[in-house]
Each structure stands twice: as structure tokens, then as C-alpha cells.
Write a new protein. Structure first.
Length: 292
């Protein structure tokens, strides 16, 4: 019976684990829905902003504004530092979500360093910062105060200082590794270039705007807003992707716990049946011995 009691304890342990993973799955599903709503709500404004900048952009403006101008290469005396923002989560239990983002960041760091650049790593989220600190690489910035519902103010606090540094010629570029929320089952890591600003692709005819006061003043105002919006979209899409990954991981864990329970129940029932059969055989044998 000792082995039977051990099986019963293990069954209770797996049952408790399944309750926890099932609860976490439901919580992640609820959070994912709210995060997905934020992603969808952010897209129309971002699309309209990109459309206006794409219509106003011209080669002359690209040389006039620092945020559009490509810096001089390091070989010609240009800046040698690239800022890389890595957005991960503060919590685990999300499958390979954080590992994939970190892998993409390491790939980009290696590529930049092979080109002769120095990478200033800015970590948003405990998982990314903890990994690179373990490797002995101290991040230039470490932020873990941005929760599941990022705000535009959070994006501004992350990027405004880097915008100033790039405009002053101290940075060769600013990039961001984030998760792209395609669907609940597809959240690939993505590299987004923030600075210099790439002119958004235009799919239709250019619009003829009546500009007031003038295109230079408008672009000077819109460009920082556009960069902040890129960071904000990266934060909200990564937050939604995190909840989707956690939901999938917890669902898989719940299903696996159910499979283990079925195996344990079958093993316990077989053991119990064998014990009952043995007890019946002993009773029958004892009765036969008394009759003999």
C-alpha cells in the first residue's frame, strides 16, 4: 500500500498543478483580450501618422532634419554607438517568448559589433535585463516599471533622451527588438528601426495637402511624435504577445497535466485491482483450507 499512497499523493499534486495552470490560462486570456484591444486601437492613428509623413517626405527634407538624415559612417568620423531597445516581459511562464526576443537581440548585437559599432543596450523588462547581466553585459538602461498596459508617456520616457542624443550626433542609430502581434498563435520577434526615420512606404497616390504654417514646421513637430508612436506600438504589441504566449504555454501545461492524470489513474486502478484480486484469492484459499 505504500506505493499506492505515493501514487495518490502524486495524483493530488498534479491535480493542484492543473488547477493553477488552468487559472493562469484564463487570466492570460482575459489580459490578452484587453491588450489586443489596445493594439487595434493604436493602429489607425499610427497608420494616419505614417501616411502624412510619407506624403510630406522629400530628399531635401531628409537632409534638413536630423531625425531623417543618415549619420556619417564611423570610418569617416561619424558616431560609433547604436542604441538597441530590447522589450521583454517582467514575468516568465510564457514558453519561449522571452528566449526568442533575447535571441533576436543577440543576433543584432553581434551583427552591429561586426560592423564596428558599439551597442548601448536598453532593456525594458526584467527577463532581458537579467539575461544580459548574467552574461556580464550591463545595460545602459534597465526599466521594469512598465506594466501590462503601456502608455504613451512610457514610450516618451524611453525614447526622448535617445532622440536628443541622435539629433546631437552622438548616436549612429536607434533600433528596437519587440514582439509583433499577428494573432494569438503568431507573435514573432521583430527588429524595428526607430532612427533615422525611414520614410513610410506609400501604396497609393500622394495627397496634395494645404499646409499651414509650412512643411518644415509640421515635420519638426510630427517626427518626434512618429518615433514615440513607434515605441508605443512596440510596447503594446509586445504586451499583447506576452499574454498570448502565456495563454498558449498554460494551455499546453494544463493539457499535459490531464494526460499525466489519466496515466496515473490507470496505474493506480490497476494496482488497486491487483490488490483486490490478491485479497480475494487469499480469502478463497483460507476458506478452502478450513473446509479441508
Amino acid at each position: 500500500m505504500a506505493k499506492g499512497r505515493q501514487l495518490k499523493r502524486r495524483i493530488r499534486s498534479v491535480q493542484n498543478t492543473r488547477k493553477i495552470t488552468r487559472t493562469m490560462e484564463l487570466v492570460a486570456t482575459s489580459k490578452m483580450k484587453r491588450a489586443q484591444d489596445r493594439v487595434v486601437a493604436a493602429r489607425p492613428y499610427a497608420g494616419a501618422l505614417a501616411e502624412v509623413i510619407g506624403d510630406l517626405w522629400s530628399p531635401d527634407l531628409a537632409e534638413q532634419f536630423a531625425l531623417l538624415r543618415r549619420p556619417v559612417s564611423p570610418a569617416k568620423g561619424g558616431p560609433t554607438t547604436v542604441a538597441l531597445l530590447l522589450v521583454t516581459s517582467n514575468r516568465g511562464l510564457a514558453g519561449a517568448f522571452n528566449a526568442n526576443l533575447i535571441k533576436e537581440a543577440r543576433r543584432r548585437i553581434e551583427a552591429l559589433e561586426a560592423e564596428g559599432y558599439t551597442v548601448a543596450l536598453h532593456c525594458i523588462g526584467k527577463k532581458g535585463a537579467g539575461f544580459f547581466k548574467y552574461l556580464g553585459r550591463t545595460p545602459a538602461a534597465d526599466r521594469s516599471d512598465i506594466g501590462d498596459a503601456p502608455r504613451i508617456e512610457d514610450a516618451a520616457s524611453l525614447i526622448d533622451g535617445l532622440i536628443e542624443a541622435y539629433a546631437a550626433g552622438r548616436l549612429a542609430g536607434v533600433e528596437m527588438v519587440q514582439a509583433r502581434f499577428v494573432s494569438a498563435l503568431s507573435t514573432p520577434p521583430t527588429l524595428t528601426r526607430l532612427l533615422p526615420v525611414e520614410p513610410p512606404a506609400r501604396s497609393g497616390p500622394r495627397r496634395d495637402y494645404i499646409l499651414q504654417p509650412d512643411v518644415e514646421t509640421i515635420m519638426e513637430t510630427l517626427l518626434p511624435i512618429y518615433v514615440r508612436n513607434l515605441v508605443y506600438r512596440g510596447l503594446v504589441e509586445t504586451a499583447a504577445a506576452e499574454q498570448a504566449a502565456r495563454r498558449t504555454a498554460m494551455k499546453n501545461a494544463t493539457d499535459n497535466a490531464g494526460d499525466i492524470l489519466r496515466l496515473l489513474d490507470r496505474r493506480y486502478n490497476r494496482m488497486r485491482q491487483a490488490q483486490i484480486t490478491q485479497e480475494i484469492a487469499e480469502i478463497v484459499g483460507g476458506a478452502a483450507a478450513l473446509e479441508g
